[in-house]
Design a protein around this ligand. Structure first.
Ligand SMILES: [Zn+2]
Length: 84
């Protein structure tokens, strides 16, 4: 392997430890729940999920799980207040 690639791999390892460098602005996920697989999307700071719970509550376990997995990496909702 040439030395410039080795340097890039080394840098990638360091970057991978520094989540704050990454902001996810859009995301499209197939989420395998216990009973079904759901399409979950994240766009402009807004989540959507095709599960029934989301339809009535605007939040669900699939979205909450992804928020935990991706903590600190998700773009903030546009025009949102700073409070959270
Ligand atoms: Zn859901």
């Amino acid at each position: 392997m040439d030395s410039s690639i080795i340097g890039k791999i080394d840098k990638a390892r360091k970057y991978a430890e520094e989540k704050e460098r990454v902001t996810i602005s859009e995301l499209s996920v197939r989420f395998e729940g216990n009973h079904n697989t759901y399409q979950v999307d994240f766009r402009s700071g807004n989540w959507s999920c095709e599960c029934h719970f989301f339809e009535t509550r605007a939040v669900c376990s699939h979205i909450m799980a992804l928020q935990r997995m991706l903590a600190g990496m998700l773009a903030q909702k546009q025009n949102a207040t700073a409070a959270s």
